[in-house]
Design a protein around this ligand. Structure first.
Ligand SMILES: *[C@@H]1O[C@H](CO)[C@@H](O)[C@H](O)[C@H]1NC(C)=O
Ligand SMILES: *[C@@H]1O[C@H](CO)[C@@H](O)[C@H](O)[C@H]1NC(C)=O
Ligand SMILES: *[C@@H]1O[C@H](CO)[C@@H](O)[C@H](O)[C@H]1NC(C)=O
Ligand SMILES: *[C@@H]1O[C@H](CO)[C@@H](O)[C@H](O)[C@H]1NC(C)=O
Ligand SMILES: *[C@@H]1O[C@H](CO)[C@@H](O)[C@H](O)[C@H]1NC(C)=O
Ligand SMILES: *[C@@H]1O[C@H](CO)[C@@H](O)[C@H](O)[C@H]1NC(C)=O
Ligand SMILES: *[C@@H]1O[C@H](CO)[C@@H](O)[C@H](O)[C@H]1NC(C)=O
Ligand SMILES: *[C@@H]1O[C@H](CO)[C@@H](O)[C@H](O)[C@H]1NC(C)=O
Ligand SMILES: *[C@@H]1O[C@H](CO)[C@@H](O)[C@H](O)[C@H]1NC(C)=O
Ligand SMILES: *[C@@H]1O[C@H](CO)[C@@H](O)[C@H](O)[C@H]1NC(C)=O
Ligand SMILES: *[C@@H]1O[C@H](CO)[C@@H](O)[C@H](O)[C@H]1NC(C)=O
Ligand SMILES: CC(=O)N[C@H]1CO[C@H](CO)[C@@H](O)[C@@H]1O
Length: 766
C-alpha cells in the first residue's frame, strides 16, 4: 500500500529536479564520515575539545556551533567519533544525517529524475489571512534558499529592518548583498562548494517563504491557472533565508544545526522547516538534528514550525515529533484544477489535472478502456491498469485510453503516460480516487484523473456504444470544490513512534496544489507548455507547503502578542482549529468517505484568524521541556549538559517515567493506558488571555465508546486576579477488553470562545 502511494506521489506531483531526487534517495544515509558532536548549551569543555581537534587536523572541521548551543561537525574516523563521545561535556556524537525536503516522497530503488513540486500560499487557499498591520515578525526559513527577484519579496511599504536584527546577507554565486532588502533581511548558506549561494536553485525555498511571508502579488498564476492575488499568510513579516539544502549535498543535519545556531544569534522570532527525515527514521532526541536545534530555539522563545512528512497514509509515519516542535499535516483546499472529459453523447465527467493538451473540444477521439486493449498474454487486471506490456499498442493508437489506478498497482501514472504516449495514444484518463484532487502536471500530453464512481459512467458508455469517442478539455480553475478540506493521502500520520504520550501531528493546513513563487529560470521544467516562458509561480504539494501556512499564521499571532511563548502560540492555533469541512461534516481523508482522527490532522484544520483570539491558552514555559527529558529517560547530568544552566532547584522527579509525559501542559492529551482499566489522571492549566471581562467556561467532553472521562471542575471562573486555573481529567474504563486508539475531545466554552483539545487514549499496545 505504502509503496504504491509513494510512487504515485513521487512521480506525479513532482516532476523535475533530478539532483534533489537523487539526494532524497540517500535519505537514510549520512554525509560521508561527517559526525556531529553535540555539546548542549554547555560551553566549558568546548574550546578545549575544539582546539584539540583543530591541532590534530584543521581541515576536518566543517561547522562550529557556538551561539544557540555548543558543538561542531567534523570529518572523523569511527574510532575518533567514539573517543569524542566519551569526552566530558559531550552529549552525543552521531553521523551527520542527510534529510529531505518534504515535497516529495522518496522512492529508493527507482532512480528516476523526478522531484516534488510543492505548493505555497495561494490566492485561493482557505488559509488566506488578512495582514496584520505593523507586524514585523522575523521568520527564518531553513530550506533550499531564495529567489530574491520574485515580486513576492518586494519590500514596498515595509518599514525599516527591525533594530533587533543581527543577521547578515551573505554573498555567493549570483547573489550579492543587494539581493537583500527590507523583506529579505537575511540570507546565509552552508555549503563549502564554490557554487555556494543563498540563491534557490530548486524553487522550494522560494515557494515556502512566499507562502508564509510573501508580499501580495496581483495577477499571479500558473500559466493562467489559479489566477488572483498571491500573498503570504503574514505579508508584513520579514524573511531570513538559511540555505541548508543544495543539489550537491542534499540537506545535511550538520548544516541544519549550523543554521539553527546562526538563526538564534541573528534574532529570528520564528523558524519554518519544510524538511525532515523519511518516515521510517526513528531518532533519539539527542541525535536528531532538528529536535536539537529546535530545542535550543524554543528555549530562547523562538517558535519552530515543521512539516509532518509525506510518509502517509501509513500509521506512525509522522516525523518532527518533539514536544517543543509545532508539527503540521497537509490537507486539500477547495480549488480544483479541473480538466473534464466529454463523451460522445455529450456527458461531461469532471476530472482533475493540469493539462497542456491540444485536443479539440468536441468528442471526436476514439475511446478505449485498458481492459479492451489487452495484450493476449497479459491478465485482465494488468490490462485494466494499463501496465506496460499488458496493453496492445496497436489497439490504442490514435485513441484516448481509460486506465484504472488500483491502489496496489506497481506502476505509477507517469509510466502509464509515457507508455501510452509511446504507443501513439492521444490521451489518458486515469481512474484514481486518491489522486483526483492532485494537480498532476502532464506536460503536453492530455491526461486527466477521475473518480472510480465517474469511471463507471464511462465504462457503461463504452459498453453501450459501437464507436465510443471522447475528448479531454483544457484545465480550468474551479473554486468551491466539495468536500474540502480533506487530509492529503501523503500526509504523515500519527501516532509518534517516539512517544505515545504526545499527540502528533499537531495541526493540519493546506498542502495540496498550492500556488506560490518559484525560481525565475525554471527552463528545464518538462511541464512548461510549449512556447511559454517559465512560470514565476508554481503549483506544488506536500507537507512542505502546509508548514509555512501555519508559520504565517503563527507570525501574525506573535506580532500581536510578542510576549507569548512558542507553546502559547501553538495552543492558540490548535484550540481554535476546525474539525468540519465545507459541507459541515467531519473532515474526511482524501478518498472522501473515510473518517479521520487526530492521528491524521491533529487538532484539526488551521483557522487563519481563530488563533488571534483563543480565549484560553495552554502555556508551557520552555523550562518545562526539561521535565519531558526526565520523563523520557535522560539523567540529570545529560539534561544539565543539554540545557546549560538549569532553573534553580530543578531536579528530575524521582519516579520519572514516560507516562508522566502526558502531564506536560500540551493543548492535546495523549495517554497510553495499556492493559489497565485506570483511573489515569492528567492535569491541565489554562490561562485566560482575554482582557475584556471575567469569563466563565463550561466543559463538554466527546467521549469515545468504552471509556469514561471525567473532567473536574466542570466550570472555570476567571477573574482579574485569577488568570490561571487548573483542571483534572480522569480516564478509566470498566471494560478491560477495549482495544485500539480511542479518540475524543475536551471543549471549554464561554459565551465568547470555544477552546477545544483532542485526546487519544491508546490501548493497542503499539
Ligand atoms: C585531514 O582531514 C581531511 C578531511 O577529512 C583529510 O582529507 C586529510 O587526509 C586529513 N589529514 C590528516 C593529516 O589526517
Ligand atoms: C542569476 O540570477 C539571475 C537573476 O538575477 C537569473 O535570471 C539567472 O538565471 C541567474 N544565472 C545563473 C547562472 O544562475
Ligand atoms: C537557474 O539559476 C540557478 C541558480 O543560480 C542555477 O544554478 C541554474 O543553473 C539556473 N538554471 C538555468 C536553467 O539557467
Ligand atoms: C492582470 O493581467 C491582465 C492581462 O494580462 C491585465 O489586463 C491586467 O491589467 C492585470 N492586472 C493587474 C492588476 O496587473
Ligand atoms: C482569472 O482569470 C479569468 C480569465 O482571464 C478571469 O475571468 C477571472 O476573473 C480571474 N480571476 C481572478 C481572481 O482574477
Ligand atoms: C505483449 O506482451 C508480451 C509479453 O509481456 C510482450 O513481449 C509483447 O511485446 C507485448 N505485445 C505488445 C503488442 O505490447
Ligand atoms: C509523446 O511521444 C512523442 C513521440 O513519441 C514525443 O515526442 C513526446 O515528447 C511524448 N510526450 C510526452 C509528454 O511524453
Ligand atoms: C457491458 O454490457 C454487457 C452486456 O451488454 C454486460 O453484461 C456488462 O455488465 C456490461 N459492462 C459494464 C461495465 O457495464
Ligand atoms: C451517456 O452515456 C452514459 C452511459 O451509457 C449514460 O449514463 C448517460 O446518461 C449518457 N448521457 C446522455 C446525455 O445521454
Ligand atoms: C492533579 O491535580 C490534583 C488536584 O489538584 C492533584 O491531587 C494531583 O496530584 C495532580 N496530579 C498530577 C499528576 O500532577
Ligand atoms: C455554564 O453552566 C452553568 C450551569 O449549568 C450555566 O448557568 C451557564 O449558563 C453555563 N455557561 C455557559 C457559558 O454555557
Ligand atoms: C493550463 C491549460 O489550460 N493548458 C492548456 C490545456 O489545453 C488547451 C488546449 O486544449 C490549451 O489551450 C491550454 O493552454
Amino acid at each position: 500500500m505504502k509503496t504504491c502511494y509513494s510512487i504515485l506521489f513521487y512521480y506525479f506531483v513532482l516532476f523535475i529536479l533530478s539532483h534533489y531526487g537523487t539526494s532524497e534517495a540517500k535519505t537514510a544515509l549520512s554525509n560521508d564520515n561527517v559526525y556531529i558532536v553535540y555539546m548542549g548549551a554547555n560551553k566549558n569543555s568546548y574550546d578545549t575539545l575544539l582546539s584539540s581537534l583543530i591541532s590534530r587536523n584543521q581541515s576536518s572541521l566543517i561547522h562550529t556551533y557556538k551561539h544557540g548551543f555548543s558543538g561542531f561537525a567534523a570529518r572523523l574516523s569511527e574510532s575518533e567519533a567514539l573517543q569524542l563521545s566519551k569526552q566530558p561535556g559531550v552529549v552525543s556524537v552521531f553521523p551527520d544525517p542527510l534529510l529531505q525536503l518534504h515535497t516529495t516522497r522518496s522512492w529508493d530503488f527507482l532512480q528516476y529524475g523526478t522531484s516534488p513540486r510543492i505548493a505555497s500560499q495561494s490566492s485561493h487557499s482557505n488559509a488566506a489571512v488578512s495582514p496584520t498591520e505593523g507586524s514585523d515578525t522575523i521568520i527564518g526559513f531553513l530550506d533550499s534558499g531564495i529567489w530574491p527577484e520574485s515580486e513576492s519579496f518586494s519590500d514596498k511599504g515595509l518599514g525599516p529592518i527591525p533594530r533587533r536584527w543581527r543577521g547578515i546577507c551573505m554573498e555567493g554565486k549570483n547573489f550579492s548583498s543587494s539581493n537583500c532588502n527590507k523583506k529579505i533581511i537575511g540570507a546565509r548558506h552552508y555549503s563549502k562548494s564554490i557554487m555556494a549561494s543563498p540563491r534557490d536553485d530548486f524553487g522550494h525555498g522560494t515557494h515556502v517563504a512566499s507562502t508564509a511571508a510573501g508580499a501580495p502579488v496581483a495577477n499571479a498564476s500558473y500559466y493562467g491557472l489559479a489566477n488572483g492575488t498571491a500573498r503570504g499568510g503574514s505579508p508584513t513579516s520579514r524573511i531570513a533565508s538559511y540555505r541548508v539544502c543544495s543539489n550537491e549535498e542534499g540537506c545535511p543535519g550538520s548544516a541544519i544545526l549550523a543554521a539553527f545556531d546562526d538563526a538564534i544569534a541573528d534574532g529570528v522570532d520564528m523558524l519554518s522547516l519544510s524538511l525532515g527525515t523519511g518516515s521510517s527514521f526513528e531518532n533519539d532526541f539527542a541525535t536528531d538534528a532538528i529536535a536539537i536545534g529546535a530545542f535550543h530555539a524554543v528555549q530562547k522563545g523562538i517558535t519552530v514550525v515543521c512539516s509532518a512528512g509525506n510518509g502517509g497514509p501509513s500509521p506512525q509515519s509522522v516525523v518532527n515529533v518533539a514536544p517543543w516542535i509545532f508539527t503540521v499535516a497537509a490537507t486539500t483546499i477547495d480549488r480544483d484544477f479541473e480538466s473534464d472529459v466529454i463523451l460522445g453523447n455529450n456527458t461531461r465527467i469532471k476530472g482533475g489535472s493540469i493539462n497542456f493538451s491540444k485536443l479539440i473540444k468536441s468528442p471526436v477521439y476514439p475511446l478505449i478502456s485498458g481492459g479492451s486493449a489487452k495484450n493476449k498474454s497479459a491478465s485482465e487486471y494488468e490490462a485494466r491498469n494499463c501496465y506496460p506490456d499488458a496493453i496492445d499498442a496497436e489497439k490504442i493508437r490514435g485513441k484516448i485510453v481509460l486506465c484504472q489506478q488500483a491502489d496496489n498497482s506497481d506502476y505509477d501514472m507517469y509510466w502509464k503516460q509515457k507508455k501510452v504516449n509511446e504507443s501513439g495514444a492521444v490521451g489518458l484518463i486515469i481512474v484514481s480516487d486518491l489522486m483526483r484532487l492532485f494537480a498532476i502536471k502532464t506536460g503536453d500530453f492530455p491526461m486527466t484523473v477521475i473518480t472510480s464512481k465517474d469511471s463507471n459512467q464511462i465504462l457503461a458508455y463504452i459498453n453501450a456504444t459501437k464507436n465510443p469517442v471522447a475528448t479531454i478539455l483544457p484545465t480550468k480553475t474551479a473554486q468551491g470544490f466539495k468536500p474540502a478540506p480533506t487530509v492529503a493521502f501523503f500526509s504523515s500520520r500519527g501516532p509518534s513512534s517516539t512517544t505515545l504520550n504526545i499527540l502528533k501531528p499537531d495541526i493540519a493546513a493546506p498542502g495540496v496544489n498550492i500556488l506560490a513563487a518559484w525560481k525565475g529560470n525554471d527552463t528545464l521544467d518538462e511541464t512548461t507548455p510549449e512556447g511559454r516562458e517559465p512560470s514565476l509561480f508554481n503549483v506544488i504539494s506536500g507537507t512542505s507547503m502546509a508548514c509555512p501556512h501555519v508559520t504565517g499564521i503563527a507570525a501574525n499571532i506573535k506580532a500581536q502578542n510578542p510576549a507569548w511563548t512558542p507553546a502559547a502560540i501553538r495552543s492558540a492555533i490548535m484550540t481554535t482549529a476546525t474539525q468540519t469541512n465545507n459541507i459541515n461534516r467531519p473532515i474526511t481523508t482524501q478518498s472522501f468517505d473515510e473518517a479521520t482522527t487526530p492521528y491524521d490532522l491533529g487538532a484539526g484544520e488551521v483557522n487563519p484568524i481563530g488563533g488571534l483570539h483563543p480565549g484560553l491558552i495552554y502555556d508551557i514555559e520552555p523550562a518545562e521541556y526539561l521535565n519531558f527529558l526526565c520523563y523520557y529517560g535522560y539523567n540529570m547530568s545529560t539534561i544539565k549538559l543539554i540545557a546549560g544552566d538549569l532553573p534553580i532547584g530543578f531536579s528530575c522527579p524521582v519516579s520519572s517515567n514516560t507516562d508522566m509525559i502526558s502531564n506536560i501542559n500540551y493543548p492535546s492529551i495523549a495517554i497510553s493506558m495499556i492493559d489497565t482499566i485506570g483511573p489515569i489522571i492528567v492535569n491541565r492549566t489554562v490561562t485566560n488571555v482575554d482582557t475584556d471581562d471575567d469569563p466563565v467556561y463550561n466543559v463538554t467532553v466527546e467521549t469515545p465508546t468504552g471509556l469514561e472521562v471525567d473532567v473536574s471542575p466542570t466550570e472555570l471562573r476567571f477573574t482579574a486576579a485569577t488568570k490561571k486555573l487548573e483542571y483534572m481529567v480522569t480516564f478509566s474504563t470498566s471494560d478491560s477488553s477495549v482495544k485500539g486508539d480511542l479518540f475524543g475531545a475536551i471543549t471549554w466554552r464561554s459565551n465568547k470562545f470555544i477552546v477545544r483539545s483532542p485526546f487519544v487514549v491508546s490501548r493497542s499496545g503499539a
